[in-house]
Design a protein around this ligand. Structure first.
Ligand code: MRU
Length: 351
């Protein structure tokens, strides 16, 4: 941990997936594509690198993408002439927003920064830049606090020695510090409460195997890694007491978009009577979407599923593929949605 000497006194941890560099002139990211084998950090300054970092999942996880995008707007403001701030940063926001469509936190954070530009129009350029910095840091700090509250609520849903199955990565790498879906587990580890986490590998980009297993091991939680298609087996043997997942966008009726495979997990959970919990900040709730049908699902490159994590081809070269990055869990399958405001049980009415 170190203290940030900048326009305000935000404190960053070296383990934060996204933070400002010393002097606040660039963004340092942990490049998540290389974990757990290599812990590589990269310095990001250009708009193209910002876009690529989100698109390629070097920076990923809904809240983390939002925090990163807010810092991006601030950092680009430093390299933009005073009288071009409005146009250049609005163009940047549109560009970054086109990188990935499903996680609402991206467009939410960009809109927050565009509001700052609107509200400071006519003020000295440096004051406007300071407003962008403070808003980005506020989004970051508020995510840290939100994750802490979510983790506390989540911990009341389980007891010592419970088995909890997770999907994708909703931990510190996807948010700030404690994470959302992993928050209760990481908090349990801090308090010495023993749990039995089961981690879905999460094909095709293996966020579960690469990132969640890595985070839980570092926290001392001794996770058990399974392939996605083993979840029903684990449930049928009575090994898990709850499913904990994060969310990329929650519709007003509670329908939840999350990493592809979340829907199968929810259907399995219903079949075996295992409670299915969704953890997310309120900024992930998109009141403009009445139901999950209105959520745009990102389709990604076929190469992601035709090889094992970009290494070894595992399918005929020209086979037709479908690679949706997310699916929508219908609200009927969700036992409760946990936000920083508390534990929400059905019927969900987030409007
Ligand atoms: O494609 P990714 O890795 O960005 O997908 C991430 C997820 O689906 C997470 O579960 C979700 O963003 C919640 S993160 C707290």
């Amino acid at each position: 941990m170190r203290s940030q000497q900048g326009l305000s006194d935000m404190e960053y941890y070296d383990t934060d997936p996204v933070r400002l560099s010393e002097g606040d002139k660039s963004i340092i990211i942990i490049d998540q594509r290389f974990l757990p084998n290599e812990e590589i950090t990269r310095e990001i300054v250009s708009a193209e690198d910002m876009y690529d970092a989100i698109k390629t999942l070097a920076v990923r996880g809904a809240p983390c993408i939002g925090i990163f995008a807010a810092y991006c707007v601030y950092v680009r403001s430093l390299y933009t002439k005073d009288d071009e701030l409005d146009k250049a940063l609005n163009d940047l926001a549109k560009y970054l927003n086109s990188s990935r469509p499903t996680a609402v936190n991206l467009s939410w954070a960009l809109k927050e920064q565009m509001k700052v530009l609107d509200q400071t129009r006519g003020q000295p350029a440096d004051k406007r830049r300071q407003g962008l910095l403070e808003t980005a840091q506020q989004i970051h700090i508020s995510d840290i606090e939100t994750c802490e509250k979510i983790a506390e609520y989540g911990l009341t849903l389980i007891k010592e020695n419970d088995g909890v199955i997770t999907h994708c990565n909703a931990g510190a790498l996807a948010t700030s510090r404690l994470g959302t879906g992993l928050g209760p587990l990481l908090l349990a580890a801090k308090r010495g409460i023993k749990l039995r986490p089961y981690v879905d590998e999460t094909r095709p980009l293996l966020q579960g195997a690469r990132l969640t297993a890595y985070e839980l091991e570092r926290a001392g939680l001794e996770p058990t890694l399974i392939c996605d298609n083993m979840a029903a087996y684990v449930m049928s043997r009575g090994l898990v007491n709850a499913v904990f997942i994060g969310a990329d966008r929650i519709a007003a009726n509670g329908d939840t978009a999350n990493k592809i495979g979340s829907l199968s997990l929810a259907i399995n959970a219903k079949h075996f009577g295992v409670p299915f919990y969704v953890f997310a900040p309120t900024s992930t709730i998109d009141k403009s979407c009445k139901t999950g049908r209105e959520i745009e699902i990102e389709l990604r490159d076929n190469d992601e599923i035709k090889s094992l994590y970009f290494q070894r081809p595992i399918a005929p070269e020209n086979v037709r593929c479908l690679n949706p990055a997310f699916d929508v869990v219908e609200h009927e399958l969700i036992t409760a949605i946990i936000t920083e405001d508390g534990i929400h049980y059905p019927p969900y009415a987030f409007n």
